[in-house]
Design a protein around this ligand. Structure first.
Ligand code: CDP
Length: 231
């Protein structure tokens, strides 16, 4: 069967990665979490003291070090889930902390960071057969993707989902802090100059505030089948 590109974009913590991962597994496509790449760059910045005490980024220093940042994905053989590697180290857990979440959006707003990530993402999609989620996949990375989905849900529901997820991992977190982070990232992601978060004109809108994971999965599978037949 002909392979296509599936682009899933949307607001922070709206369950994009769960739906993208599940679909990829079911249809035998590669799943790429583009947010994990921006998170890995952010972790690198934290580890290399590239944030000043006021939270601003030492941009020139980061730009100089970009060629030393190598990000890759490998499948966990037990769970079949992808794990993110930064310079050879598995950072899958570390990139999901609230500390990384609260520093990532300004890093992702930098033009030279985006150019480097987008280039790698486009190379990963060369052979098609890929599901990628993020903020600019349908608009900038793969503007010709055969299937584009734009996911949203209310900020409170998204914060609750992220709260439950971090709690389940044993992290000490406050709901209010997460809600603040979700709203702040939405704002930065939507108002940045380069590739702001927005729905592509040809993306299908999905508000999953009141959908279960199973319902969402079913819906996505239908969209996939339609897109494959039409392409
Ligand atoms: O999973 P969650 O919604 O918390 O975020 P993510 O997908 O891991 O992305 C983390 C951050 O990276 C976002 O808030 C964006 O600032 C940035 N990002 C981006 O700019 N472009 C992408 N394609 C993906 C993520």
């Amino acid at each position: 069967m002909k392979k296509i590109i599936i682009a899933i974009d949307g607001f922070s913590s709206c369950g994009k990665s769960t739906m993208a991962k599940d679909l990829a597994k079911e249809i035998g496509y590669i799943y790429i979490d583009s947010g994990a790449m921006y998170r890995a760059v952010t972790l690198y910045c934290l580890e290399h003291h590239l944030f000043r005490t006021d939270g601003s980024i030492r941009e020139e220093e980061l730009q100089r070090q970009m060629k030393e940042i190598h990000i890759s994905f490998r499948l966990n053989p037990d769970t079949q889930r992808p794990m993110t590697f930064l310079n050879g180290n598995n950072v899958e857990e570390q990139i999901r902390t609230l500390e990384v979440s609260s520093h990532v959006s300004p890093v992702a707003a930098l033009g030279f960071v985006r150019r480097a990530m987008v280039e790698q993402q486009q190379a990963m999609g060369k052979e098609k057969g890929i599901v990628m989620d993020g903020r600019d996949i349908g608009t900038a990375v793969f503007p010709k993707a055969e299937l584009k989905i734009f996911v949203t849900a209310s900020a409170e529901i998204r914060a609750q989902r992220r709260y439950d997820e971090l709690k389940a991992k044993g992290q000490e977190v406050s709901f209010d802090e997460i809600l603040r982070n979700v709203k702040e990232r939405d704002h930065i992601d939507q108002t940045r100059e380069i590739s702001p978060l927005r729905r592509a004109d040809d993306a299908i809108l999905l508000d999953n505030s009141h959908l279960t994971i199973a319902e969402q999965k079913e819906w996505l599978k239908e969209q996939f089948n339609k897109a494959v037949h039409e392409s």
